[in-house]
Design a protein around this ligand. Structure first.
Ligand code: GDP
Ligand code: MN
Length: 396
């Protein structure tokens, strides 16, 4: 689950990671109040107003602006809230901004220039270990750094049995070219950041930029935090951070009925039991020349009610031109599923795309009979390839 920058910073702060201080505001008046409060607390007169949407590259899209006084805070907040922010990471329509983060300006001029670094914490799926990825090239698009100057990206892998070690935190500070107080601050920052990552059950932290201020403080200026959905049950307070306005409406609905659905760009709707089979089905559709419209795991209980819910979700996508149902009857009986499909189909009444059903496993033969005798526009298949070929035939 993705969360907003201000929420990510709340989590970081709760673990002792230094952050750029800020207050979230929903309208221009709240923004001015927030700025006044920040001035009282931090003494800063300048503020940065930051659009809160689930997309990066906000600065480039005009969603991050500096305000020199309260009048500018009001103007800028009023202008950003309600806008459809287009960034390199959004669609061309952009994302509607409902709130801004009013933050202290931490780039105050000093005797030395502030430095920006890049830092992320994530799982290296190849080694099965967490790693900290970091670079001196902060504030930039990390993909560009990876392409043009890959030697400026460092990684530090963490052994899960002992956790992040002191020498590793020091190596990071050293590789970032720090010394003196900034070096110490960075080791503290990294240590707290890694603890926050592990204890919050996060799937990704991306802090770009991490800032070294002119007085050698190290802090998170931005925070992209992705929480692990499967761990939200033990973080009830984080679960409440979900902002469904930022999420795909069909995926939101799927979650409500307990279905595992991911929206994709293709035209073949998929209904499958088991995540592995769902992945294999998507591969087969692609191999046969089609494009899957979704990932959908209906799970072990593919009864009429569930099948109907799944149909409803798939058909919300206007791109769907055919539906492939691929069920392996291991514990669940194929004839039951077939009856469920027929019942759901009749019950819905308005399905006007061809459906190909492949049922394999217990009572597959009876299931095929049920489908074939149903009188509905449903084709059955027993073999996987046969099903994919039939999908291609109806799309051709
Ligand atoms: P992103 O564009 O979505 O990644 O948003 P960021 O939070 O990273 O902000 C974009 C850029 O705005 C940063 O890279 C900084 O250079 C700049 N920025 C952020 N906070 C401040 C601030 O307090 N003062 C100034 N002058 N610039 C800031
Ligand atoms: Mn950023």
């Amino acid at each position: 689950m993705n969360i907003h920058e201000y929420q990510g910073k709340e989590i970081l702060n709760s673990f002792g990671v230094r952050i750029q201080r800020g207050i979230v505001a929903h309208n221009a008046k709240e923004a001015v109040d927030a700025a006044k409060k920040l001035t009282e607390e931090t003494g800063t007169g300048w503020h940065v107003i930051k659009a809160q949407v689930h997309a990066g590259g906000r600065g480039k899209g005009g969603g991050v602006k500096l305000a020199k006084n309260l009048k500018e805070v009001e103007e800028i907040a009023g202008q950003i809230i309600g806008m459809d922010l287009v960034t390199p990471q959004t669609s061309a329509e952009g994302k509607r901004v409902h709130q801004v983060l009013v933050a202290e300006d931490v780039y105050y001029p000093g005797d030395s220039e502030p430095e920006e670094y890049y830092m992320s914490v994530l799982l290296n799926r190849t080694t099965g270990r967490n790693m900290i990825m970091y670079s001196t090239e902060g504030g930039m698009d990390i993909e560009t750094v990876a392409e043009e100057t890959p030697h400026l990206i460092f990684t530090e892998e963490i052994d899960p049995s002992v956790g992040l070690q002191g020498f590793q935190a020091r190596r990071i500070a050293f590789n970032l070219g720090l010394s003196g107080n900034a070096f110490k601050e960075m080791t503290k920052f990294v240590t707290a950041l890694y603890k926050a990552y592990v204890e919050s059950d996060s799937a990704l932290f991306e802090i770009n930029p991490v800032l070294k201020t002119s007085d050698d403080k190290i802090m998170a200026v931005d925070a992209k935090v992705t929480l692990d959905d499967n761990a939200l049950y033990r973080h009830k307070d984080y679960a409440e951070m979900r902002d469904i306005r930022e999420e795909n409406p069909v995926e939101v609905e799927a979650r409500k009925v307990g279905l595992n659905y991911v929206d994709l760009d293709g035209n073949v709707g998929c209904m499958v039991n088991g995540a592995g089979l769902a992945m294999a089905t998507m591969d087969l559709i692609k191999q046969a020349g089609g494009e899957p419209a979704n990932f959908l795991d209906v799970g072990g209980t593919a009864d009429a009610k569930r099948v109907e819910e799944a149909f409803r979700l798939i058909l919300k996508d206007e791109n769907v031109k055919a539906i492939l149902i691929n069920i392996f009857g291991g514990i669940v009986r194929c004839d039951r599923v077939a009856q469920g499909i027929v019942d759901a189909y009749k019950n819905m009444g308005n399905i006007n795309v061809p459906i190909i059903v492949r049922l394999q496993g217990t009572n597959a033969d009876i299931a095929k009979e049920i489908i074939d005798n149903s009188g509905l526009d449903v084709q059955s298949a027993i073999e996987f390839q046969e099903a994919a070929d039939k999908v291609q035939a109806v799309l051709a």
